[in-house]
Design a protein around this ligand. Structure first.
Ligand code: ATP
Ligand code: MG
Length: 198
């Protein structure tokens, strides 16, 4: 492409983008769903937590995970932002695949914490990491979750991560990204790496 053609193409593109920006005039909080089987859902969620912090906003994190390995994001936030509400399902519970009732109780307890945060009028961004599995496992009632998300504090944006999650959540969310797995190092026998995988 010559210089002239490039400039004309860029000018045309700018006109389109400017028109789209002008048309997107609604200002409202969002539900962002990051799903799919590829890598990058939780890291993207934490990326938005970081963005919000950069703008001086108030954030909170609830992780519906059983893992014992602390992620870099958890260590960083707890060390440098101890005032940020940060909850994990694993905390105080023994996740046991043989104990469905205990797992369900742990999920419901963690959800009750999430519900309080959903109603907090001072919060700007809430990350509900790996929430989708609680719906897939039927540990939480889908309609109850959707209703709480719908009735959240008006200025609160919510980021939900995890594979699946059902059509209800997908329909309710304003932004949905389906992260596709093209390949993952793990499949070639490469060990999970701190800073990249956790
Ligand atoms: P990340 O936290 O890196 O953004 P994620 O949230 O998209 O990953 P999860 O399903 O929550 O993905 O899995 C978390 C862990 O599993 C990470 O260590 C990630 O690298 C790894 N992982 C994610 N996708 C895959 C995959 N398709 N195959 C193997 N391992 C994966
Ligand atoms: Mg994840």
């Amino acid at each position: 492409m010559n210089e002239d053609k490039f400039n004309r193409s860029m000018a045309k593109q700018k006109t389109h983008v400017d028109a789209s920006i002008a048309a997107a005039s609604n200002e409202q909080s969002l539900i962002v769903l990051l799903t799919g089987d590829g890598k990058g859902k939780s890291t993207s969620g934490f990326g938005m937590v970081m963005r919000a912090l950069g703008h001086g906003q108030r954030v909170a994190v609830v992780q519906f995970i059983k893992g014992t390995q602390s992620s870099g994001e958890e260590v960083l936030l707890k060390q440098h932002f101890p005032e940020i509400p940060f909850f994990q399902m694993a905390t105080g519970f023994t996740w046991d695949n043989q104990n469905h009732a205990a797992d369900k109780a742990a999920a419901q307890h963690t959800w009750s914490i999430a519900c309080k945060l959903l109603g907090d009028p001072t919060l700007d961004v809430l990350l509900l990491d790996e929430l989708t599995y609680m719906l897939s496992f039927k540990f939480l009632d889908e309609q109850e979750v959707l209703q709480a998300l719908r009735e959240r504090s008006p200025k609160l944006s919510v980021i939900v991560t995890g594979r699946g999650g059902g059509t209800g959540l997908r329909e309710l969310a304003d932004t949905v990204s389906d992260v596709k797995n093209l390949k993952h190092a793990f499949e070639s026998g490469i060990k999970a790496r701190p800073g990249i995988d956790f």
